[in-house]
Design a protein. Sequence first.
Length: 153
Amino acid sequence: MRQIIQYNPRLKDYAKKLRQNMTLAEVLLWKRLKGGQVKGRDFDRQRPIGEYIVDFYCKEMRLAIEVDGNSHDFKVDKDAERQGVLEELGVRFLRFWDHDVKTDMAAVIRRIEEWVDENEPTPPKGTPPQEGNGRGEGICPEERVGEVEQDLQ
């Protein structure tokens, strides 16, 4: 069972304001993260966690993604402290420069996909492998034809 990380409810309104005033890089990255476009993972934007708000967050993988721009140049110590506190809660981080998101989105998405692949949770021992969804997906077409022929007889 996944542990729920609490957050300060007073941050909810501020997070909403941040969502309404995202930087260009954040908007561009959000367009690529939303709707499960990256490895089927669900991301939230401007997500309160503990006493902080992260740019993007995938609860399932406990992954925070931060886009660092010029405003972060002067907050390196605060960012490191904030990240350390959240890592103690089990949150893991990927950080990208604003410039990289705007100029090389393919590399940013590739790195996120690599991280997801490298950190994919392994199923518990004894869990049978999942094939398809019960409608024939995941089964080789020749095998499916044989099943349909048997059902018709």
